[in-house]
Design a protein around this ligand. Sequence first.
Ligand code: NAP
Length: 287
Amino acid sequence: MTRAISGATIVAGVAGSPVAHSLSPLIHNAWIAAAGLDAVYVPFAPPRDAFVSFARGLVGGAIRGLNVTTPFKQDALQVATRASERALRAGAANLLVFGEGAVVFADNTDGEGLLAALAARAPRFEAAAAPATILGAGGAARGAAAALKEAGAPEIRIVNRTASRATELADLIGAPARAMDAGVAAFEAVQLVVNATTLGLGGGTGPAAAFAAMRPGAVALDMVYRPLRTEFLAAAARTGLVTVDGLAMLIAQAAPSFEALFGAPPPPIDVRALCLRALGESVEDPA
Ligand SMILES: NC(=O)c1ccc[n+]([C@@H]2O[C@H](COP(=O)([O-])OP(=O)(O)OC[C@H]3O[C@@H](n4cnc5c(N)ncnc54)[C@H](OP(=O)(O)O)[C@@H]3O)[C@@H](O)[C@H]2O)c1
C-alpha cells in the first residue's frame, strides 16, 4: 500500500487521545488506495487540553478534514463555523471538514454508524420497539442517543460514572432520554445496551450491565473494538444476547466520513477483513 506523496496530496486524519489504537487510518488509507486518490489519512494525538487550539491551527485548508475521537468530540463543535442538525442535536462531532477560508463544517456520523451496524448485524432490532440503555455520556454516547431518539426509541436510559454528565446528556436530548444509576432497573425490559464508555479499551473489564434483566433476544453493542472480543460482549453472549462488535460501527461511521472528506463513497472493498487481520482475528464473526 506504499504510494508516493506528491505536492498535491490531500491530507486528512483522525485526532484522539489515545489514538494509536485507532483503525481509522487503516480503513481510510485502504479506501484511498482502492479509489486511486492522491491522498493520505494520518493519526494525530494532540494534548488532552489543547484540541481546540490544535484544530484551529488547521483552519484555512492545511488539511482537508479530521475525524475526532475520544475525548475530543464535544470540543470539536467549538471549532465549527457550521454544523449538521445531527451534530447539534448530539452536542458532539466526530468529523470536521475544513473548507474555503475559515469555514469549518462539523458533522456526527457515529449515530448513523450505530444504526447501520445494528441493521447489518442484528437485523431484528427495531429502535421503536422498546427502551435502549447507553452506558457512557461522552461524545460517542451523545451521537448514539441522538440517533436512537431520531429512530423512534420510546425510552433512552443513560447510565454514566459521573452522574451529572448523564443528566446533562439526558437534558440535551430531551424526552424520551433520562439519566439513571447503574442498578438493575436501568436494564429491565431493554432491547439494546450500548457500551459507549472507554472501559474495555485495550482489554480488561467492561462496564457492569444486568444483561439477564433485558428482554429475550436483546442486543449488546460494544463501541470498543480493540480487542474485538471484549469482556462486555462475551458476558452478553453468555446471557444469550445478540452481540454487535465495535468494528461494525467503526466501518459504518467511516463510510460517510470518507465521502465528506474525499467527495465520493468508499470503493466496495472488504475493509472488515483488513481490520480483522490487523486485530489478529482469524475468524469472521467473533462476537
Ligand atoms: N466503534 C466506533 O465506531 C466508535 C465510535 C465512537 C467511539 N468509539 C469508542 O467509544 C468509546 C468512548 O468514546 P468517546 O469519544 O465518547 O469518549 P469520551 O468522550 O472520552 O467519553 C468517555 C466515557 O467513558 C466513561 N469512562 C471513562 N473511564 C471510565 C471508568 N474508569 N469507569 C467508568 N466510566 C468511564 C466516561 O465517564 P465519565 O463521564 O464519568 O468520565 C465517559 O462516559 C471509546 O473507546 C471510543 O474509541 C467507538
